[in-house]
Design a protein around this ligand. Sequence first.
Ligand code: NAD
Length: 250
Amino acid sequence: MSGELDGLVALVTGGASGIGAAVAARLQADGARVAVLDLDADAAAEGQLGVVCDVADDASVRAAVARVVEELGGLDVVVNNAGIGAAGTVADNSDEEWHRVLDVNVLGMVRVTRAALPHLRASSAPAVVNTSSIAATAGLPQRALYSASKGAVLALTRAMAADHVREGIRVNCVSPGTADTPWVQRLLDAADDPVAERTALEARQPHGRLVSAAEVADAVAYLASPRSRSTTGTSLAVDGGMQELRLRPR
Ligand code: NAD
């Protein structure tokens, strides 16, 4: 499929690590000129434009989007992927923690999309792809705040798709299950026995393994490309069947 994004410009937030890095690499392999917007200054891989950006800061987002358009000559594909986690029940997280996670996971996507919209309207193949999560719908224990943030990503995806469908701007999201990224590795490393913890985590997945970042990137690439030109407002699960089959971790 190499070449299907030839001539297009894509930006990926949170593209320095994990799913975002895999998405940036995949869109680049498909022919897009790719910008990575991340807190991490060394965000970009070879051939990508790295832009330091905090999606929780509107001025930072507006400056980053302007720089992408100026240096890469437009903007066609926006991948809102930057996100942070939070553990706990509603009894555990403070107001400050709620504000912080919603600011990054929900408002971050709003800010980037808002800044990108004028450029997407000028594009011949505009697409927005957001990273939601199985947490949006699964009712995971000990993930109240994170689940609320990803539920909001799903709802916003549908609302934005409705608002912009007549303009030809498609908005979709991917909903990964547990993906093998530095984020998940950090959680495993906090356990007494990270190797045993990984084995147990894999066994709890419906298909017996973690989802790979490249598999999520494949789904994002499809939703970003004109191959999915009649698809908008949807969520594509990449979770080994957990959501669609109503399977629960074993
Ligand atoms: P990761 O921690 O490996 O990468 C996240 C990236 O986002 C990092 O490069 C980080 O610097 C960047 N980032 C964080 N806050 C930012 C901010 N304010 N501004 C700009 N960049 C920021 O995480 P990952 O596992 O690759 O997760 C990526 C996305 O996928 C997140 O939205 C996460 O919620 C979602 N997700 C992950 C999993 C999983 O199991 N790993 C499952 C479902 C959904």
